[in-house]
Design a protein around this ligand. Structure first.
Ligand code: OXD
Ligand code: MN
Length: 590
């Protein structure tokens, strides 16, 4: 008898009409074979799928160049399709599910003629975890197959585990014609279904990532009492006591999450271990504490700016090639060494480079070598700082959550919320300057609550209420902190050194969690007494510190206006606690 998986695959094949159907087994030999096919055959578009790189420099690595119009997530073409528009909320593009399906089905009709349909059974979360979820992705892109193999736990064993069950998340993907006018990333949260066509870019095409592990999973979490969040998970071990404190960190795309997850602490006596660099699934454990797992199995990170100074652990990770292949997408190529190159990998650019589109690069052109959103895809197990708890099915207990954004002004270096709900309010009103991870204007402040604006699969007003509900179930809620590494002076220069020095702020947060230091109460939350920050060895003036911690009336009045406008879209659906916090804040700055 046909299983539910086979039936679904048959239906998608009838629609997309591939020449062949291939079921991914998930073995290393198979991936070698697929990468080889990717090196010799041309895909739709101007380039081959893979170019083999120098394995002495970057073991088992390959370069992929995408279509030049397909380099970032396309939020304007991303939809949440719930029967009622209000359930998707003003934070999502919406289409009625039947209409959406009819529309994309016409694009999927026959789109795999002449191609192979790959079926990828995969699991988000460790297969032994009670929090993990089985999924099936269909795709016609070898690049996507190999990427999914790196980023998730994929293969035949997951198919065996699903067995005859119909409980699996379905993802139908085709690169289609790579035509932006025929590109749609459609989510059907009620059906655990994603249909994505017209893009091969990670955030649009690796359906286990943003599409499932954030958009669909946040919706599941709302129904089932857990949280799917855009967060890193890190452990900080105190070498003296041997104790590890686990911390979650939420930042919008391309704000340094991956660097923070692998930070080499500037202060002696601490060791940082990495559990996740992008997504955390967070459940209330039997002891009333929050426990987090990383549903992914790899890192899909921004290459430019990653170097021995900013993130030496990631450079080691990228060179390791011990587990799975490593992919570089839209970086430059050093033709003398056949190695990938991007701005920030080394201080001086190599003599002979091709840019991200494969054209010879001239320094005088003023053009970039690597696309600003060029990426690496690498297995987490290659990371030297990977935590021993990475595969722990129960996850790790969380003591602190930090939220950040990219703000030139207004927001101080660090601030702690008064309590859980105040933290939810502050996180719900966070603003950040936009980056190149999404197509569109860069550097404008947009409200990006919990860094989830592009990823929350339902109405964000309900999402804020869900956060307060989860808080209500906790016996020992984590402390919540807000950081801004990106403050600038009047000359437009960053005034906080960032990177390894960010650990000074983390150390203060840990002291607050342990209750060993007090703090100043201000209208926006608790702020550090400067004497409690360990600034040993840092050359920083009193004036700079004053600017880092200033809370300016005129700036906050503007900030409050921005929050009011954002909240306004949600009308009466906004939880009353949130609007009350906003009214109180306004009073304080009037
Ligand atoms: C990512 C993103 O790729 O946030 O992680 O865009
Ligand atoms: Mn992300």
């Amino acid at each position: 008898m046909t299983t539910a998986v086979e039936k679904w695959v048959e239906e998608q094949a009838a629609l997309t009409k591939p020449d062949k159907i291939y079921w991914v087994q998930g073995t290393e030999d198979e991936m070698r074979e697929l990468t080889k096919i990717g090196m010799t055959t041309e895909r739709t578009g101007p380039h081959q799928t893979f170019r083999e790189l120098n394995h002495q420099a970057f073991t088992n690595s390959y370069l992929h160049r995408s279509h030049p119009n397909d380099v970032a997530r396309t939020e304007q073409l991303t939809f949440v399709c719930t029967p009622a528009k209000d359930d998707a909320g003003p934070n999502n593009n919406w289409m009625e599910p039947k209409e959406a399906k009819t529309m994309v089905s016409s694009l999927f009709d026959g789109c795999m003629k002449g191609r192979t349909l790959y079926v990828i059974p995969y699991m988000m979360g460790h297969p032994d975890s009670p929090y993990a979820k089985p999924c099936i992705q269909i795709t016609d892109s070898i690049y996507v197959v190999v990427s999914m193999y790196i980023m998730t736990r994929a293969g035949k064993k997951i198919l065996d585990r699903i067995g005859r069950s119909d409980k699996f998340v379905k993802g139908l993907h085709s690169i289609g014609e790579l035509d932006p006018s025929k590109r749609y990333i459609m989510h059907f949260p009620q059906e655990d279904l994603v249909m994505s066509i017209g893009s091969g870019y990670g955030g649009n095409a690796l359906l286990g990532k943003k599409c499932f592990s954030l958009r669909i999973a946040s919706y599941q979490g709302h129904n089932e009492g857990w949280l799917a969040e855009h967060m890193i998970i890190m452990g900080v071990e105190d070498k003296k006591t041997g104790e590890t404190m686990y911390i979650l960190g939420s930042f919008p795309s391309a704000c340094g999450k991956t660097n923070l997850a692998m930070i080499d602490p500037i202060l002696e006596g601490y060791n940082v271990t990495t559990l996740g660099d992008d997504i955390a699934w967070i459940n209330v454990g039997p002891d009333g504490r929050l426990y987090a797992i990383n549903p992914e199995n790899g890192f899909f990170g921004v290459a430019p700016g990653t170097g021995d100074k900013t993130n030496p652990q990631m450079i080691k990770t990228l060179k390791a090639g011990k587990f799975y292949p490593t992919l570089f997408t839209n970086t430059g190529l050093d033709t003398d060494t056949n190695s990938p190159w991007w701005e920030g990998l080394t201080d001086v650019a190599p003599a002979h480079l091709l840019d991200w589109q494969g054209n010879p690069w001239e320094a005088a052109s003023g053009k970039v070598v690597a696309h600003p959103n060029s990426r690496f895809t690498v297995a987490a197990h290659n990371c030297p700082t990977l935590s021993n708890e990475f595969d722990n099915p129960k996850g790790v207990p969380i003591s602190a959550i930090l939220f950040g954004g990219r703000r030139s002004d207004t927001v101080p270096l660090v601030c702690e919320s008064f309590d859980w709900n105040h933290g939810v309010f502050k996180a719900s009103s966070l603003g950040s300057e936009t980056t190149t991870a999404a197509a569109g204007q860069v550097g404008v402040v947009r409200r990006d609550p919990m860094a989830m604006l592009p990823f929350c699969g339902y109405n964000m007003a309900d999402y804020f209420r869900h956060w307060t509900n989860v808080g209500g179930k906790l016996k020992n809620p984590p402390k919540i902190f807000f950081v801004n590494w990106f403050k600038k002076n009047a000359q437009g220069k960053f005034i906080w050194p960032g990177f390894r020095d960010n650990f000074r702020v983390i150390k203060w947060m840990m002291d607050r969690v342990k209750g060993t230091v007090s703090a100043r109460q201000t209208p926006i939350g608790f702020m550090p007494n400067i004497a409690d920050l360990n600034l040993k060895g840092l050359d920083i003036s009193k004036e700079t510190l004053d600017v880092l911690f200033e809370v300016k009336n005129d700036q906050w009045k503007k900030e409050i206006e921005g929050i009011e406008n954002f909240y306004g879209q949600f009308g009466d659906r906004m939880p009353k606690e949130m609007t009350k916090y906003l009214a109180d804040l306004k009073k304080n700055f009037s």
